[in-house]
Design a protein around this ligand. Sequence first.
Ligand SMILES: [Zn+2]
Length: 366
Amino acid sequence: MISTTLFPGRYVQGPGTLKRLGEEVNRFGSKCFLICDSFVFDNILPEFQQEIEKHIQIEMEKFKGECSDEEIERLSALARNVGCDVIVGIGGGKTLDTAKAVAYELKIPVAITPTIASTDAPCSALSVIYTPTGEFKRYLILPKNPELVLVDTKIIVQAPVRYLVSGMGDALATWFEAESCKKKYAGNMTGDVGSMTAYALAELCYNTLLEFGLLAKLACESHVVTPALERVVEANTLLSGLGFESGGLAAAHAIHNGLTVLEQTHKYYHGEKVAIGTLASLLLTDKPENTIDKVFSFCESVGLPTTLSDIGLSDISDAELMKAAEAACAEGETIHNEPIPVTPEMVFSSLKATDALGKKRKKSYN
Ligand SMILES: [Zn+2]
């Protein structure tokens, strides 16, 4: 049996690393097309631009907010026109996925600098493509991972804590999904089975969250970098990235994708919906009670959603929820990597049961 494991070219993390971006990027390019959102453009770049430009030339364009085929096409045309030899993306998950897709269109290297630790998108050879209105459209599998992922933890802790917590929600799914794939000998993002490296890193991701998640959240709320914060940023970004990509996805992300068909969930972050997907997957796959309790307790301690109303679905009808369950079980969805056959009815039931358990636990805390 052939296993494949994927890695980004280099991963650099710590306080103040953005100062090194120019130097790092210069190892594989000299003129970059930099994609970032308005916030990064106005609030982060001014402090670093001069230092970066000592090493590379910069052409800049603002990202319009959705990682859609239309936006990728627009930015690719601009990048082509200015004649650059490397793409740099600075920002959140969708900005970075767009930067990776543009680099792929131009067949040049890409450097990725997340300003929030809200997803495991940065390290992967994958972009998630949405419609211009924010519905999941498809995965774009890229031929290689980013040449560089550079994370400045001083910038991460300036962002609202909800991003870090959401990243923990995304990372929380990693081990459960990898474990399901391992059990079933299901393929990872390459189609080959995962390696022991991937499964071990996915498990380390889970253990890191459980041990340091709350400490990291508190540090982030105080806008300070601590060892616990560094560990959780690494878990959210590198471990979760390697874990999902080389270990494989299963029910949690498929349920997330299903939930995105319900418009009410659009204002909630990826990791928040993945957290609900993860909790539902535990009930779906008949996990032991102590595991369910541990994961619910973790979500409650850091403030991740545990009920449907936490992701905007307080008035959801059964018929609407069934639509999400059906989308989660669409042909080709990663839910079919679970070791048991899964039907939309089973997903619907797990979501309802998760909601009931989440509500009951909340009541007993108040
Ligand atoms: Zn994810």
